[in-house]
Design a protein around this ligand. Structure first.
Ligand code: ADP
Ligand code: MG
Length: 302
């Protein structure tokens, strides 16, 4: 296992940015961390890369703990931070040689040549970073992230702000890189995950709401059952959440609710039993299906 995240919670003051998040990523996987702005993606990535500590929980990368062995973790992880901060006054080579120096790489020039080759920076290699287009700056960011040949790459919104052509180039580059490395990239765009990743972890308000292969996501075969039910009187959300296999409750006006099941389960019988037990009358009940894509659109408001 490459990355193991166990029960991670992160508080900024009183605000909970991550709420008991757990997942594992196997070596060689390309995983998308998908969620709307403020979901907690960057926070998760900063924790995995040892930039900030979690409030509680554990993370290990290739068996090294972020607390006990942060140096070993940093050696094995390459990180492209959000908004890719770069020294605009530096030349590409100068910057990459400087980064290589930070990691104590011996043959700096040779390694920088390799990185320029891999990331397709060749035609621009003699320019200052400030003179580059956003797409080429991202290539510099990727070169920087990979210079010490890490097993794991953490890329925070690597295509944000790129025009459609640059976006395709960078996605293709990430796909190429993903053949050899474990990659976790964050995005708020569903199509990006479809284009690049094997699997998506969908996060919203600091919690994981779905974790599945992109095959399932795109074919819509991973569905959650949603039942619309109307009772004869108002019922508290908390009470409805106690129904067996109900994962989410949404009041849709009056005494009507949408109850979402855990994966692919028919909860109608349980709802009926619940009504009987609580002396409620079911005025109507209908089962609907929705794909995770719809779920994601709902939670991102896209
Ligand atoms: P994302 O990358 O998914 O947009 P972030 O991880 O950046 O989400 O943020 C998650 C939540 O934590 C947001 O509500 C954000 O405002 C808050 N947050 C992030 N960084 C800080 C910080 N340094 N101090 C206080 N709150 C923060
Ligand atoms: Mg972010």
């Amino acid at each position: 296992m490459s990355i193991i995240v166990k029960n991670i919670t992160k508080l900024y003051g009183k605000q909970k940015a991550l709420d008991n998040v757990s997942f594992t990523i196997d070596a060689g996987e390309v995983v998308g961390l998908l969620g709307p702005n403020g979901a907690g993606k960057s926070t998760m990535m900063k924790i995995i890369t040892c930039f900030i500590p979690p409030t509680s929980g554990e993370v290990s990368v290739n068996g090294f703990d972020i607390y006990d062995n942060s140096l070993e973790v940093r050696k094995r992880v390459g990180y492209l931070p959000e908004n890719n901060p770069l020294y605009l006054e530096m030349y590409i080579r100068e910057y990459l040689e400087y980064t290589a120096g930070v990691y104590g790489i011996k043959e700096k020039r040779k390694r920088v040549d390799e990185m320029i080759d891999i990331t397709g920076l060749g035609p621009e290699q003699n320019k200052k970073i400030g003179a580059l287009s956003k797409g080429y700056r991202q290539r510099v960011g990727l070169a920087q992230a990979m210079i010490h040949d890490p097993d794991v790459l953490i890329l925070d919104e690597p295509t944000s702000g790129l025009d459609p052509n640059q976006l395709l180039d960078i996605r293709n580059l990430i796909k190429e890189i993903g053949k050899e490395k474990t990659v976790m990239l964050s995005t708020h765009i569903m199509q990006e995950v479809e284009a690049v990743c094997d699997r998506a972890i969908i996060i919203d308000k600091g919690k994981i709401v779905a974790d599945d292969t992109t095959g399932h996501l795109t074919s819509g075969s991973t569905t959650v059952g949603v039942v619309r039910v109307e009772f004869n009187e108002f019922v508290d959300d908390g009470l409805l959440l106690k129904i067996t296999n109900v994962a989410k409750v949404r009041n849709i006006g009056g005494n009507s609710y949408e109850l979402e099941s855990k994966k692919e389960m028919d909860i109608r019988e349980e709802i009926f039993k619940f009504a009987v037990k609580n002396k409620l009358t079911v005025l109507s009940m209908q089962k609907t299906e929705q794909s995770l894509e719809t779920v994601f659109q709902k939670l991102t408001g896209e």
